[in-house]
Design a protein around this ligand. Structure first.
Ligand SMILES: Cc1cc2nc3c(=O)[nH]c(=O)nc-3n(C[C@H](O)[C@H](O)[C@H](O)COP(=O)(O)O)c2cc1C
Length: 226
């Protein structure tokens, strides 16, 4: 098997994740999109790992959320991630295109790059990584619908196997949840962020260091002034 050699920025990022692993917020980044009227929009998301053997980053979301519409259609799939690691005082800004992976959306990335089998296993794996609490909103009313306590639906019984009692649900461990392989909500969507450029800033080094990387330049590192 050939060993994959990742770009320098990807190796730096893996190291930053390791060095900052004790900080829960190290797994959160801000992701920007552009609305159809040209306005920027920004939100916090959880980093859920790399697409295996690539430098693409994974997050999950609800297909009913505004960001999905913002990222659909021609020339609309652009994103920028801003990610700050507070222990090591490093910032990464990654820009590129996002691919939306869901059974409820028109195939895009998965047909050309992932293939159906890989798409299904990615959806399954990311869904099974979610806690019961994180799964709950996918079964509730749409994001931004007027709040109604009664609309907070319990997760359907058949989606939880034998664990139907709320009290029991609270005690379900992560590994129990991972056992339910076939319960993917139709609202579930995996986002694959495919970077084309990376802007890295290290505030801790003396002097401070800034490096730029571009896929068009074969990810060659360019050290520039901060
Ligand atoms: C710490 C934190 C983590 C979050 N992680 C996610 C996430 O992984 N996926 C997601 O869709 N929303 C996440 N959110 C909520 C989003 O920031 C945002 O409020 C929501 O997705 C609606 O955004 P939209 O209207 O731009 O679609 C998170 C919020 C916080 C504060």
């Amino acid at each position: 098997m050939t060993e994959i050699i990742y770009p320098v920025w990807r190796q730096r990022l893996a190291r930053s994740l390791h060095v900052n692993r004790s900080q829960v917020q190290s797994k959160y980044y801000q992701v920007a999109s552009v609305c159809s009227n040209g306005a920027p929009k920004n939100r916090t998301m959880v980093f859920r790992g790399f697409l295996p053997d690539t430098q693409s980053l994974l997050s999950v979301t609800d297909i009913r959320s505004d960001k999905i519409e913002e990222w659909q259609g021609e020339n609309q799939s652009r994103f920028e991630i801003c990610w700050y690691f507070s222990d090591s005082r490093e910032q990464y800004r990654l820009a590129g295109e996002v691919a939306l992976i869901s059974d409820s959306l028109e195939p895009s990335y998965e047909s050309s790059v992932l293939g159906n089998q890989r798409k299904n296993s990615l959806l399954k794996q990311q869904w099974s990584n979610l806690s019961i609490n994180a799964k709950q909103p996918f079964y509730s009313s749409s994001p931004k619908a007027p709040f109604d306590e009664d609309s907070i639906l319990p997760i359907p019984e058949d989606r939880l196997g034998n664990q139907v009692n709320n009290e029991v649900n609270r005690n379900i461990t992560q590994s129990n949840v991972a056992d339910h392989d076939n319960d993917i909500s139709n609202n579930f969507c995996v986002l694959v962020f495919i970077p084309y450029t990376v802007d890295y800033l290290d505030l801790k080094s003396k002097p401070q260091q800034r490096c730029l990387y571009d896929i068009q330049d074969d990810w060659k590192e360019r050290v520039v002034n901060p």
